[in-house]
Every structure is written in structure tokens, then in C-alpha cells.
Design a protein around this ligand. Structure first.
Ligand code: NDP
Length: 289
């Protein structure tokens, strides 16, 4: 079987191009979408993510307001900044880059963000809206996965989807979205005894674990659609230090029906969906004013 490679970079580009018309429509009403990105500390990976998000905003005509705070910033100080951004009419979306330093409660920060500016979709109000089928801001990574599956023509109704990973930012919202599209959904995690036996039943596999190449060809049914959310560094060997996913990409070629690469699969989609959520937040704010 020939495995179709799903090109997330190309799809993300087309989403970003489509957004320019919506940004132009807002500009005609004298509104410009604005995203505030807050980074606490100097984690190198987070610095790269924040830089990429700011650059993508600029390219899409979205104003980006970057706030870089020292790792020693207190929870009170961060809450005060979130409060200021909540009140700023030029800011339609607020994103606090996770993880935050250990002395700060990520939950407390997420709850402090105004739900109508929570473009990450992590606030309990937005999580509840998603869970009840009334989604406003869908978390960007699982939203991106759904677009990739639709783009690849993967039929979900009545199919068995297995999500590996149950985090609040990827695994859980992913399962809700697949369920909404009428898949039969199984969620696996670190306590799942025989991961291979569960994944082998799947027509659709979404891997969001954070373990390099842990899903191998023998664990996947022939013809399954495989979406790889993981971003890992290859620990050793000739490619040591390069990026790879949770799926053994080379091993699954010829076995999966279609599959996303890492890089160039889910990653660019996450950024495109963040921009889309920010434009949506600005559109909703404009409707209210
Ligand atoms: P978390 O660490 O929050 O969650 C990982 C999940 O994997 C947990 O639910 C954990 O189970 C589960 N898990 C760990 N080990 C195993 C195992 N051996 N077998 C089965 N399940 C296991 O990670 P995230 O959800 O935040 O991210 C997952 C991956 O996706 C990471 O590589 C991250 O970098 C990447 N990512 C990529 C994005 C993108 O844009 N492409 C965006 C966000 C994340 P348990 O709950 O029991 O501990």
C-alpha cells in the first residue's frame, strides 16, 4: 500500500491565506485583530514558539503584543498583566505560553484570562462549551488535527479513533472533537496495559505522547490514518538532535493509509488555527461593539 503523506505546511499556508480576507473585512470596520503572547522565563523551546507565533501574526496582518517576563515573576504580577490585557480593547486574544515556572499555577492563570479572549481554548468556560457541542475557541492543536483529517478525506463517522495521550491541551479535546464527528473514541495513556493491542483496532490514530517514535508499524492496522502530534528530539544515532514525532514515520510508510510528517504536519496547523481563533475573537468583539 502506498501511504499518502498529509502536507500540514501547505494546508496551514492556505488557511493563513484565507484569513487575509477576514482581516481585510475587519480593517474595513477600522478593527485590527490583536494577539498578546506572554512568556515567563527563558525556556529555549518556548522562546522559539513565541517568536514563531509573533512572526505569523505579523504576516497575517494581526497585531502582536509580546510580553517577556523574568522567570522570577510572581503569580500576582502575572495575574496583574493578564488583568490589564483583559481590559485592553486592542487585544482580542491572550496566550500565556505553557509551561509556566513551577511557583505559578497554570490553572489560576488560565482561569484569569477573559473567556472571550482565550484563543487557546483552555479556560473552563471554553472547555465546557466544547464538551457540550457549542464550541467557541477550540484548542489549536486538536482543531488543526481535525482540519488535517478533513483535508485528507478521512471519514470519521462510525470509525474507531484511538487517541494516545490525555492532556488537557491535546488528548482530551481531541477525543471530544472526534466524538462530535461520530467516531467511536478510545483514549489511551501511560496506564493503558497493552497499547499495541488497542491501537491495532484503530481506523484513525492520533499520537500525542511526547515519546520519540514509540508507535511502530506492528502496532498499527494496515490502511489506518495516522496523525502525529508529538514533537521530540531524536536522542541518539546519526540523526541525533533532529525533530521527530511519536510515530516511527519510516517504519509506517507502506502500512498507514495516510500519515502526517514531523516536522511539517500538525505543528504549522497549530499556528494557523491560533491565528484563526484570534481573528474569530476580533470578529466576535466587533459584533458586540
Ligand atoms: P503531556 O506530557 O501533557 O501528555 C502526554 C500524554 O501521554 C499523557 O496523557 C500521558 O499519560 C501519555 N503517555 C505518556 N507515556 C505514555 C505511554 N508510554 N503510553 C501511552 N501514553 C503515554 O503532553 P502534551 O499533550 O502537551 O503533548 C504531547 C506531545 O505533543 C508532545 O511531544 C508535545 O511536544 C507535542 N505537542 C505538539 C504540538 C504541535 O503543535 N504539534 C502542540 C502541543 C503538543 P498520563 O496522563 O497517564 O501521564
Amino acid at each position: 500500500m502506498e501511504t499518502r503523506i498529509i502536507d500540514g505546511a501547505a494546508l496551514a499556508r492556505s488557511i493563513r491565506t484565507d484569513l487575509t480576507a477576514r482581516v481585510a473585512a475587519l480593517a474595513a470596520k477600522n478593527a485590527r485583530p490583536g494577539l498578546a503572547v506572554v512568556l515567563v522565563g527563558d525556556d529555549p523551546a518556548s522562546q522559539v514558539y513565541v517568536r514563531n507565533k509573533s512572526r505569523a501574526c505579523n504576516e497575517a496582518g494581526i497585531a502582536s503584543f509580546q510580553h517577556t517576563l523574568a522567570a522570577s515573576t510572581s503569580q500576582q504580577e502575572l495575574l496583574a498583566l493578564v488583568g490589564k490585557l483583559n481590559a485592553d480593547p486592542a487585544v482580542h486574544g491572550i496566550l500565556v505560553q505553557l509551561p509556566v515556572p513551577k511557583h505559578i499555577s497554570a490553572d489560576a492563570i488560565i482561569r484569569a484570562i477573559a473567556p472571550e479572549k482565550d484563543v487557546d481554548g483552555f479556560h473552563p468556560e471554553n472547555v465546557g462549551l466544547l464538551a457540550t457541542g457549542n464550541a467557541r475557541f477550540v484548542p489549536c492543536t486538536p482543531a488543526g488535527v481535525m482540519r488535517l483529517l478533513a483535508h485528507a478525506g478521512v471519514d470519521l463517522a462510525g470509525r474507531h479513533a484511538v487517541v494516545v495521550g490525555r492532556s488537557n491541551i491535546v488528548g482530551k479535546p481531541m477525543a471530544l472533537l472526534l466524538l462530535e464527528k461520530h467516531a467511536t473514541v478510545t483514549i489511551c495513556h501511560s496506564r493503558t496495559p497493552d497499547l499495541g493491542a488497542v491501537i491495532r483496532q484503530a481506523d484513525v490514530v492520533v499520537a500525542a505522547v511526547g515519546k520519540a517514535r514509540m508507535i511502530t508499524a506492528d502496532m498499527v492496522k494496515s490502511g489506518a490514518a495516522v496523525i502525529d502530534v508529538g514533537i521530540n528530539r531524536i536522542p541518539d544515532g546519526p540523526d541525533a538532535g533532529k525533530l521527530c514525532g511519536d510515530v516511527d514515520f519510516a517504519g509506517l510508510l507502506g502500512r498507514a493509509g495516510c500519515m502526517t510528517p514531523v516536522p511539517g504536519g500538525v505543528g504549522p496547523m497549530t499556528i494557523a488555527l491560533l491565528l484563526e481563533n484570534t481573528v474569530l475573537a476580533a470578529e466576535l468583539a466587533t459584533l458586540k461593539s
